[in-house]
Design a protein around this ligand. Sequence first.
Ligand SMILES: [Zn+2]
Length: 104
Amino acid sequence: MEEERYERLLHNNRKLLCRECGGKLKYIHSGEYVCLSCGATELDDFGIIRKYLEENGPSSREEIIRVTGIPGDRVNAYLKQERLVAVNSSSELKAKTRNMGREQ
Ligand SMILES: [Zn+2]
């Protein structure tokens, strides 16, 4: 049942249409999408978190939630899926990228 809830959270966050032109979006990797019509790129919540962590280094769950405004439930889902992982068993998190493990 928990799994279903997480799946739904993620599904709801899927981007389908381009904000710029309404064209179809294709998922590239790590929460990033490209528009098949105009080439614009978009990020879903995971992409936003990943970008933040890339630019600012590993950060705590609380900081991620505060800075990005993404719900804690969704951050928990990414943790459960191991798309976000703790750095050296500290409370700081980093994002897994395509080369580091499972990618949807
Ligand atoms: Zn577009």
